[in-house]
Design a binder for this molecule. Structure first.
Ligand SMILES: Nc1ncnc2c1ncn2[C@@H]1O[C@H](COP(=O)(O)OP(=O)(O)OP(=O)(O)O)[C@@H](O)[C@H]1O
Ligand SMILES: CC(=O)N[C@H]1[C@@H]2OC[C@@H](O2)[C@@H](O)[C@@H]1O[C@H](C)C(=O)O
Length: 379
């Protein structure tokens, strides 16, 4: 058995998730087990700097370096708290996997330029601050091999959830949503996974603009509005929702200006929120239908929602309406509460990296083949 820490800071910019994971080195999947977790909240000032970097191509190098430094120190703080709270000596940890903060994701390139995906990260400083080996830069090798560099979690979903006799569908509802369709273990086919589109990113942004606060708790505000079918139709016409996989997306496409470009200005704000929630549910349902068609999968599957959106009751009710044949399951039944799968994935990918095992699924990202992901920074 060995211990790894995974660090993930997602598109919601709500904080750094840290997961302490035990891996069984004798098993092919590693049988990852979550031992402890800690969420280090993002201070408002750092959140604002990161938000500005995500949106301002003109930010200077000094601002970038300052944000990176503050981000890395927050990661080290998350590691220290996780270790102290779980009573784990740091020497017991083989390595820390750092996803970094995605600043921009352009797997298609920009204006005819090369494909890129940018994660702000300083693994050298993190190795210095924690005294542990750090693995980082997980996405770019897949991109270099012609892949989307995202989503990466489906390989971890396979290790955790693929089982004989049952199709399973893992749905990550973070700022953006990605799904993983897992054939039964006896089926030789590889899983399929891709981003369906926005999950909470637009819901959070619209809520923050009109009601303040970080998010619409339980989707109560969305539930108080009525879906504007005409608006929903215009939003769903976005070509991304109809692209065949492999595909991945982010804030570069789905942001408030994108939404506003589709508004008439006469909508009630709560109806826009309801329509955005419905957009998430319907775009997920479209992506699920696309995945099922590709793998000729039956409609009945076990649906395992995860990510922060799995706490949103209004969103889950909408998903239930659009995926009537799916039986909902709680990832906690596998020992993984919904909020820790992404950080857990980067602990597991770190184990893969240090044992020379590929971390990507070419059937998901479209890369030319399996690749060992990430760079190693010695302690
Ligand atoms: N009780 C709740 N009710 C409604 N929404 C919630 C609740 N708890 C969390 N959320 C949503 O979950 C979001 C955070 O989810 P998560 O941490 O999975 O995102 P992320 O990891 O930053 O995103 P991504 O997976 O796209 O990188 C919040 O911004 C909020 O929208
Ligand atoms: C480029 C990037 O950071 N993408 C994130 C984002 O958040 C959700 C979705 O968009 C997914 O593609 C990915 O994260 C998870 C961890 C992944 O790679 O599976």
């Amino acid at each position: 058995m060995s211990l790894y820490i995974g660090l993930m800071s997602g598109t919601s910019l709500d904080g750094i998730d840290a997961a302490l994971v035990e891996i069984d080195d004798t098993s092919a999947s590693g049988c990852p087990r979550l031992l402890a977790s800690h969420a280090e909240p993002m201070p408002a000032a750092l959140r604002e700097s990161l938000w500005a970097l995500c949106h301002a191509a003109g930010a200077g190098f000094a601002e970038l370096a300052a944000a990176e430094d503050a981000f890395c120190r927050l990661q080290a703080q998350a590691v220290a708290t996780l270790l102290a709270a779980s009573g784990t000596p740091r020497e017991a940890v083989e390595a820390i996997g750092s996803h970094g903060q995605t600043i921009e994701h352009a797997p298609q390139g920009h204006a005819g330029g090369p494909a890129y995906t940018l994660q702000l990260d300083n693994p050298s400083l993190l190795a210095e601050l924690t005294g542990r080996c750090v693995v980082a830069d997980f996405r770019r090798r897949d991109l270099a091999a012609g892949g989307q560099a995202a989503p990466l979690a489906p390989a971890f979903h396979e290790a955790l959830f693929r089982a004989p006799g049952e199709w399973r569908l893992v749905l990550n509802l973070g700022g953006f949503a990605n799904l993983t369709l897992l054939p039964p273990a006896e089926d030789p086919r590889a899983p399929l996974g891709f981003d369906s589109g926005p999950a909470n990113a637009l819901l959070d942004a619209w809520h923050a603009r009109h009601r303040g606060g970080d998010f619409d708790a339980d989707g109560a505000w969305a539930a108080s509005g009525r879906v504007d079918e005409a608006l929903l139709g215009r939003l769903l016409a976005e070509p991304f929702f109809h692209l065949p996989p492999p595909r991945s997306t982010g804030r570069e496409l789905f942001h408030l200006d994108w939404l506003e470009g589709h508004l008439t200005g006469k909508e009630r704000t709560e109806d826009v929120q309801a329509t955005l929630a419905e957009l998430t549910a319907q775009s997920v349902a479209l992506a699920v239908a696309m995945a099922r068609e590709r793998l000729e999968a039956p409609t009945a599957a076990r649906l395992i929602p995860c990510g922060g959106g799995a706490h949103n009751r209004d969103l889950l009710a909408r998903l239930d309406r659009h995926l009537p044949d799916s039986r909902l399951a709680d990832s906690e039944a596998w020992g993984w509460p919904v909020d820790w799968l992404e950080a857990g994935a980067f602990a597991w990918l770190t184990w893969r990296r240090l044992h020379g095992m590929p971390g990507n699924l070419p059937s998901v990202t479209g890369a030319a083949g399996p690749r060992v992901l990430g760079g190693v920074y010695a302690p």
